[in-house]
Design a protein around this ligand. Structure first.
Ligand SMILES: [Zn+2]
Length: 71
């Protein structure tokens, strides 16, 4: 899987978005069609992914270990 910059004019695949796509997400056949999206949609996807990652780092066992050593 990889993300490539699009050099031709394609519309963003996200519904409700009228921007031109700037990137394509290629799954090399895992999806029927490469997903094309604009910079704005890439940012939104990144924010969603970042939110999913955050809770894990907050409850990281490493931080708890550090606290216990100090006491
Ligand atoms: Zn878009």
């Amino acid at each position: 899987m990889e993300i490539n910059e699009i050099k031709h004019l394609v519309k963003c695949d996200f519904s409700g978005c009228n921007n031109l796509a700037k990137y394509s997400f290629s799954t090399k056949g895992l999806l029927k069609k490469d997903l094309c999206f604009c910079e704005e949609c890439l940012r939104q996807m990144y924010e969603i992914m970042a939110k999913m990652q955050k809770p894990r780092s907050i409850t990281s066992p490493f931080k708890l270990n550090k606290r216990m050593k100090k006491q």
